[in-house]
Design a protein. Structure first.
Length: 539
């Protein structure tokens, strides 16, 4: 079916939402083509898309279609499974609440129970609720840290982990088989509304208890530590403030970014990985002489920190935060006698090698997964009983300490970062000083991420790079190349099998833990290039 025929079907639809029809009539031919040339697809972080009319946009009709396909998949799993229910959460974005209720209505139409939060909640709380309520899955409406014009749809399995491709591919096949792109589904019959429930209040408190349990020095005096916190207009405001205040931290909010706002009015960038996100927080920090600034992204699964060091506020990267937390956990658990037997740390193939080196020298098993915390969550579920989960992190500011949640958790991250900052402040050190100590002990690492937005197809762009592998591998500087799409490891004199699920990623290894990798973004039309440069230990 052509984009023109898809467009005609929509514009001729008599019951089309008036606001969407009005928007359709204003769109250029180029925008119309992009809105209708394909259906939405699942990527690294679930399904994310621009909002608006069209089959390639997120709107009430595409949300209904996705949920109809998901419902059909659930029915195939058997009533003993889907009768356990699906938990639904949503963030602050435009139409998030409305989309979440559309999900519940479509599920109810098929007599599939749902449990929907009474107001916006962080993604990690959705993950926890699935496990706590023994539900069969979950859906969260969010576009994470994407720009305001985006929204998204993530599906979780019964373990509280975001579905990996083997499951989303099955669900996608059911979605494709839904014939009508525009689905009318208004549940007004009371006997169907009985399938829609509110998540019980106790879930929030039980989640908070799990988060508080990660503290290693909860009784250390906190009087001299001042924390600035911004939720970037998102879901973190209530849980992060609640957890930190209960732990007796002095936390000062960035008030202009604290209220939920779908337009993100007072932030230049809702992604706390970027310095632009901290403009307003830095103003508050300078007025209060704050020790650190914490920020979470809109769905509060990522967290970041700026540290006051030598009179300036310095932004740490996800890799740097990850190794600071990792080193702290290893050292302090050994001191207090809680270091487990057979500890396991999980990270991704594009995270810095420094974490792997720290684990190697401390006799901790270090396992790498593909990019995306869903793979880490899946791996946690499969750890054998003799293995003890210690920590998981990824370079894109995702951290997890308590595995009762199976996704990265910005609330946990804020609490442990606050504790570590307080611990080192008692030693007259900042988090920057702590990082320098790690470098001195294990070696100096420089990690960089470069992104390039593309108009052309990102897969074709990387395939062009892929064609140069035979030439690259002849270089004396290159030790090996891993092509995750063809599942081949290239070395100068041999090829071997790469035992990871197939994905469009190429990783080039040099020496001394140094490498670079290239992959398309799973959430936006851009390519990501990662560099990990390791200097000699004695430099």
């Amino acid at each position: 079916m052509t984009w023109e025929s898809n467009y005609k079907k929509w514009i001729d639809f008599e019951s089309l939402d008036p606001s969407l029809k009005k928007e359709l009539l204003k769109m250029s031919q180029e925008d119309l083509q992009d809105a209708f040339y394909k259906d939405l697809e699942f990527g690294t972080g679930g399904l994310r898309a621009l909002m608006g009319p069209g089959t390639n946009r997120l709107n009430i009709y595409t949300v209904r279609k996705i949920t109809e396909g998901y419902s059909q998949w659930l029915i195939k799993q058997g009533s003993e499974n889907y009768s356990r229910g699906i938990v639904i959460a949503y963030d602050n974005r435009y139409m998030s609440k409305e989309f979440a209720h559309e999900v519940a209505k479509v599920l109810a139409y098929h007599h599939i129970p749902s449990y929907i939060f009474d107001s916006l909640r962080p993604t990690p709380m959705l993950s926890y609720a699935v496990r706590k309520l023994k539900a069969f899955g979950g859906v969260v409406i969010t576009a994470s840290h994407n720009p305001p014009e985006y929204n998204g749809y993530k599906i979780y399995d019964e373990t509280g982990c975001q579905c990996v491709p083997s499951k989303t591919n099955e669900i996608a096949k059911n979605i494709v088989n839904i014939n009508d792109e525009i689905i009318e589904n208004n549940v007004s019959n009371r006997d169907l509304l009985e399938f829609i429930n509110i998540v019980p209040e106790f879930v929030d408190e039980e989640y908070y208890k799990e988060v508080w349990s990660i503290q290693l020095h909860p009784d250390l005096d906190k009087e001299s530590l001042t924390i600035i916190y911004s939720p970037q207009h998102g879901t973190g405001n209530v849980p992060v403030n609640s957890v930190l205040k209960k732990a007796n931290y002095n936390i000062i909010p960035v008030k202009c970014q604290s209220n939920p706002d779908p337009y993100f009015t007072n932030t230049r960038n809702p992604n706390p990985e970027d310095l632009d996100a901290f403009d307003e927080a830095i103003k508050v920090a300078k007025k209060t002489d704050a020790t650190i600034i914490l920020s979470t992204d809109p769905d509060c699964d990522r967290a970041s920190v700026m540290v006051k060091h030598n009179g300036k506020y310095v932004l740490l990267t996800g890799n740097q935060i990850g190794v600071i937390i990792l080193n702290y956990i290893i050292e302090e658990k050994r001191k207090n006698g809680t270091f487990p037997d057979n500890p396991v740390v999980l990270s991704t193939v594009v995270s810095s090698s420094l974490g792997e080196l720290i684990c190697d020298k401390n006799h901790v098993r270090f396992e790498k997964t593909l990019t995306g915390f869903k793979y880490i969550g899946e791996r946690i579920s499969k750890l054998n009983k003799a293995s003890n989960f210690l920590f998981a992190y990824e370079e894109s500011n995702g951290f997890l300490l308590n595995p009762s949640i199976r996704d990265k958790d910005g609330v946990q991250a804020c609490l442990i970062i606050a504790e570590i900052a307080n611990y080192y402040q008692h030693l007259d050190m900042t988090l920057i000083d702590a990082l320098k100590q790690i470098y001195l002990r294990y070696g100096f690492f420089e990690d960089k991420l470069f992104t390039q937005k593309l108009i052309t197809n990102t897969k074709n762009y990387i395939n062009t790079f892929r064609k140069s592998i035979p030439t690259l591998i002849q270089s004396n500087e290159i030790a090996k190349i891993e092509d995750y799409e063809s599942s081949i490891i290239y070395e100068k004199d041999k090829k071997s099998l790469l035992e990871y699920p197939k994905t469009n990623l190429i990783k080039i290894y040099y020496s001394n833990y140094s490498w670079m990798a290239i992959r398309p973004s799973g959430t936006e039309p851009k390519v990501k290039v990662y560099y990990c440069n390791c200097l000699e230990d004695d430099q």
